[in-house]
Design a protein around this ligand. Structure first.
Ligand code: ZN
Length: 57
């Protein structure tokens, strides 16, 4: 398996995943239904996620 969609906090797989494209950069916004943790995933692994998040914040 690659890029397993599990919550990094509680390891639940019950996630709400939405693909968004800020700056035309496809990214996955994840919400865990178990612990309400939220986080971003880069859809393309070559994207430097840190740079994108700095712009968004
Ligand atoms: Zn969780």
């Amino acid at each position: 398996m690659t890029r397993d969609a599990t919550c990094p906090t509680c390891t639940s797989t019950d996630l709400l995943r939405v693909e968004l494209k800020p700056q035309d950069t496809p990214m996955m916004f994840n919400t865990c239904r178990e612990c309400e943790n939220t986080w971003w995933d880069a859809v393309d692994a070559s994207i430097d996620l840190t740079d994108v998040l700095e712009v968004l914040s």
